[in-house]
Design a protein around this ligand. Structure first.
Ligand code: HAM
Length: 428
């Protein structure tokens, strides 16, 4: 019987693993450069952690079951509730803001499509205990820096920025009842995918008249200046717009002004966001979102005994990997061996093994033939595996305290002093 892997789950052969490591090591480098500390949590959590606060979209996608102890559990679909649970109990007394990052594998029972699988890795960077928009600006710039270090530019990607507070205010003013706000958010979230008539219909269904429904869809296209012009009397909207000005200015000063644009069509699918939100997309608009996040100032208070402001993002490896492949930005790195040590006959095998051990301690990636094997055959096999160097040890060389080193690409050979090589690491 041939057992296939489950739909939406990936096998990582060495080539795919190299790309995954390339992405994850860049994530870690940038998060550390931004002064974040790494954490992790359990991959399996109590179901209730997600039920109330993540919103219906994620709840429908949960991999959940009853465990053998009768507990309702779920594989983590996102990291935010976990960090809130972990920090909620201990944030009092910690120096603020807390900056934590993690790179969990997450699980969502999604309809499989380009850029969306049932498992993915996600860089999470979160800042807890800070209200200033400088934090929002610093955070999104970390995502840009990841993209920059991987070889992408602002010609390839753009962050679309919005603010839940502005949207909320505009929707309430247009007659959306408070308890139906989530439906209106969802309409705006899907405004680029759904036909206009469907959007209007859904707004009318929650009690908005047709004229206001039309106005709501127009809001989605507005710039910050349009909002200031259209609502000159609203002090609240003006002060949020000023905050956003400061946010964009900080991003420009941090060197990423070209990477952002204001766009009210960005809502974010998750229910807990309360302020500035963003999603990063490829400029051509061919792929799903690469990264998304924002402020979730109320989530600590609703899940824990602490009430602290927070913000963060999730940056997935799937769409990013596709973008890097599309732009030929996947480096050709091999994790395979670079050196083979070949004993010419069995009499020198003990010395050859000592040489293997010494070369490995010097940082080389070394293999040797496990059984009897001819020199010519071993060299041929090594070349076909992309190995760069062969260290060939025969009885004559051993008697002279030497070893032959052959470059497999050119065939060039030199002799090295054997006890010198063995001695380089023997002190350690
Ligand atoms: P999210 O928008 O659900 O946010 O996911 C963030 C990113 O994870 C997406 O932009 C995408 O790159 C990737 N992603 C999500 N689902 C999938 C999937 N099924 N397959 C492949 N990639 C996927 C969150 O998860 C929030 N918890 C982020 C956050 C952290 N907000 C504050 N802190």
């Amino acid at each position: 019987m041939k057992v296939q892997s489950l739909p939406g789950f990936r096998d990582f052969d060495p080539e795919r693993m190299a790309l995954r490591n390339h992405i994850l090591s860049t994530w870690r480098e940038v998060a550390l450069a931004w002064g974040f500390e790494e954490y992790d949590g359990p991959p399996l959590e109590p179901l209730e952690l997600y039920i109330e606060k993540s919103g219906p979209e994620i709840v429908e996608q949960l991999f959940n079951f009853t465990d053998k102890g009768g507990r309702e559990v779920a594989l983590r679909p996102e990291m935010t509730p976990t960090i809130v649970r972990m920090l909620g109990g201990r944030i009092k007394g910690m120096p603020l803001p807390v900056r934590w990052f993690s790179m969990p594998q997450l699980f969502r029972y999604e309809k499989q499509q380009r850029g969306r699988l049932r498992e993915h890795f996600q860089l999470n960077m979160d800042i807890v205990g800070e209200t200033s928009v400088d934090a929002d600006a610093d955070l999104v710039c970390a995502a840009f820096e990841v993209l920059r270090r991987l070889g992408l530019t602002s010609d390839d990607v753009v962050a679309r920025i919005s603010d839940r507070r502005i949207l909320r205010q505009l929707l309430l003013e247009s007659g959306v009842p408070e308890n139906a706000l989530h439906v209106a958010y969802n309409v705006i979230d899907k405004v680029e995918r759904d036909p206009r008539a469907t959007c209007i219909q859904r707004l009318v269904a929650i009690g908005v008249d047709e004229k206001s429904a039309d106005r709501i869809l127009r809001f989605a296209e507005m710039s910050l200046d349009d909002i200031r012009r259209e609502f000159p009397e609203s002090g609240e909207l003006r002060s949020i717009a000023e905050e956003l000005d400061r946010y964009f200015e900080a991003i420009t000063n941090l060197g990423f002004g070209e990477w952002v644009r204001f766009d009210m069509k960005i809502v974010r699918g998750l229910a807990y966001y309360t302020g500035i939100v963003f999603e990063i997309f490829d400029r051509k608009g061919e792929l799903r979102a690469i990264c998304g996040g924002g402020r979730y100032d109320g989530l600590f208070a609703s899940l824990t005994d602490s009430d602290v402001p927070a913000l963060g993002f999730g940056f997935g490896d799937v769409v990013l990997g596709e973008l890097l492949r599309d732009r030929s930005l996947v480096p050709k790195v091999s994790s395979g061996p670079d050196t083979v040590v070949i004993p010419v006959d069995e009499s020198v095998r003990p010395a050859a093994l000592k040489l293997v051990a010494a070369l490995r301690r010097q940082g080389r990636r070394v293999v040797f033939p496990y059984g009897k094997s001819g020199v010519g055959k071993t060299l041929k096999k090594a070349a076909s595996q992309g190995i760069a160097q062969a260290w060939i040890l025969g009885p004559d060389e051993l008697a002279r305290n030497e070893v032959k080193v052959r470059e497999l690409s050119s065939g060039e050979e030199t002799s090295r002093d054997l006890s010198g090589v063995l001695g380089e690491t023997s002190g350690g």
